[in-house]
Ligand binder design. Sequence first.
Ligand code: MG
Length: 162
Amino acid sequence: MTPPLHFRVGHGYDIHRIVVGRRLVLGGVWFDCGFGLEGHSDADALTHAVCDALLGAAGLPDIGHYFPNTDPAWQGADSQVLLRKVVRALHDGGWHPVNVDVTLIAEKPHIGPRIDEMKVALARTTGLSVDAIGIKATTNEGMDDIGRGHAIAAHAVCLIGK
Ligand code: MG
C-alpha cells in the first residue's frame, strides 16, 4: 500500500458538568457510578473531544455545527453515532484517521480498568486499529471544578492522512 502523502494534526477539547440522574458514558463505555454528565446528547466528553480533533484536522467546522444542541434529533444521541458521521465526513474529503490520542481528566470514577474497552469501542466506530488509539486518564489532584468532582474533561489529538 502506498503511504498517504498528506498528513494533518487536529486537537479537540470538551468538558461536561457532572450531574446525578444520568448514566455516565465515556469513550462509548457505560459506567455505573451514580452520576452522569449533563448534555444534549449522551454527553460523552471523551468521544466529543475525538470528534473535534478529527474535524479540526480536516479543516471542517466543529461538532456543534454538525450536531447542534438545539436539534431534537441529537437529544440523548449515542456519541458513537456522531463519531461515525464525523469519520464519514472525513472520508468524503478523502481523509482517513491515522491515530487518536486522548487524555481524560476525571476525579472519579476510576477509569483505568475500563480503558481497553474504550479503545475497542472507538476502534469499532472509527475503523482504526486498537493500537492506533491512545487513552490516558488523570485527575486534577483535587484542584478546580474538575478536581472537586463537578466536571469531566477530555483533550484529544489526532493525525489524519490522504
Ligand atoms: Mg460535548
